[in-house]
Write a protein that binds this ligand. Structure first.
Ligand SMILES: Cc1ncc(COP(=O)(O)O)c(C=O)c1O
Length: 358
């Protein structure tokens, strides 16, 4: 019988801490659609200040945050956005920018480190002289950290370079910063510096920070006014959201300082996996809290077999038929959980590689 559970599916699986639940229970609340919820105001002011932007808006999810931002920047019909072919907005958000926003995506290859080649970005910008035929480029989107690249960080300098391209061509820059705080901690660069060049940023509270719900959009006051209208249009206006924002404020206080330990635990896990025969992992690419592991060509190991062994040990990873296994560390994963995971995997690898010994 499995008695232990180690949940490495995502950093979105965390449970609210006791302090969060207490803060939720005692939160001062009012109607946020009418603009009176004091706890929401407090969180939004705090986030705007941290990000170095004029204003902020709490929205239910990262997906809605990105959609709102793209739609505000691309409010003119026939707009096009340049974004990574492996970006969350492009791959996992139901194509909402097209189906709901009417915005045309122009994808650029995401490199292994989550960046897009600067020359490729510039070359993708439509020539306004061709507007009889082409959509009009209005926006560039970046993602920091870049999830599908394994939580890699975009540097402030890289983001500045993209911002310069955007400025030169009269475009806006949006950053999907679902895990921006992870990037900030890993790079040792304040969040406001990482997003200096951006016109808007969406920052999730419910990923590495461990709050139960919510994402905050930051930008200029005028931008946030427009975002607020769209949030209502999309059904994201909510009433007494102070209960959610109270938990998010605790997450900022309690969990932000712990991100560095999540990164250390992810590294420990990656280093341990790197010792195992048949597993391929780029330890240097583990910059934050995510790990992708592959199986060596010709090995008896398969992701399917390993997933089955992990499940038997109570270790949860996302199901599916991908040949890679993703593991995500969060504040509710302990160092002992990491050691337990490594020892279960070691046994599984041995059993699969050398079945005659078992
Ligand atoms: C990089 C990134 N952006 C956006 C999102 C969307 O967030 P949500 O699940 O809150 O809609 C996610 C979700 O995991 C994500 O990883």
């Amino acid at each position: 019988m499995v008695v232990r559970s180690v949940d490495l599916r995502s950093d979105t699986v965390t449970r609210p801490t006791d302090a969060m639940r207490e803060a939720m229970a005692s939160a001062e609340v009012d109607d946020d659609i009418l603009g009176y919820d004091p706890t929401a105001r407090h969180l939004e002011e705090e986030m705007a200040k941290m990000m170095g932007k004029e204003a902020a808006l709490f929205v239910p999810s990262g997906t809605m945050a990105n959609l709102i931002c793209v739609m505000v920047h691309c409010e003119v019909r026939g707009s096009e956005v340049i974004l990574g072919d492996n970006s969350h907005i492009h791959v996992y958000e139901n194509g909402g920018i097209s189906t709901i926003g009417g915005v045309h995506p122009k994808t650029i290859k995401n490199e292994e480190d989550g960046t897009m080649d600067l020359e490729a970005i510039e070359a993708a910008i439509r020539d306004p002289k061709g507007s009889t035929f082409y959509p009009s480029t209005r926006l560039i989107c970046l993602e920091n950290t870049h999830a599908n690249s394994g939580g890699r960080c975009l540097s402030a300098e890289y983001t500045d370079s993209v911002g310069e391209i955007a400025k030169r061509h009269g475009l806006k820059l949006h950053i999907d910063g679902a895990r921006l705080f992870n990037a900030s901690i890993a790079l040792g660069v304040p969040v406001n510096r990482l997003v200096e060049a951006a016109d808007s940023v969406s920052v999730c509270l419910s990923k590495g920070l461990g709050a139960p719900v919510g994402t905050v959009i930051v930008g200029s006051s005028g931008f946030i006014e427009k975002a607020k209208r769209l949030r209502k249009t999309l059904g994201g206006g909510m009433r007494q959201i102070g209960v959610l924002c109270a938990a998010a404020l605790v997450a900022l206080q309690e969990n932000l300082p712990k991100l560095q330990f999540d990164h250390k635990k992810a590294k420990l896990l990656a280093e341990g996996l790197n010792q195992m025969k048949g597993i391929r992992i780029n330890v240097a690419a583990v910059e934050t809290n995510m790990i992708f592991m592959d199986m060596e060509d010709g090995s008896r190991l398969t992701a399917e077999k390993l997933r089955k062994c992990l499940t038997e040990c109570g270790i949860l990873v996302l199901p599916g038929n991908s040949p890679r296994i993703r593991m995500v560390v969060h504040h509710q994963i302990t160092t002992s959980d990491v050691h337990y995971t490594l020892s279960c995997l070691q046994q599984a690898v041995q059993m699969i590689q050398e079945p005659s010994l078992n």
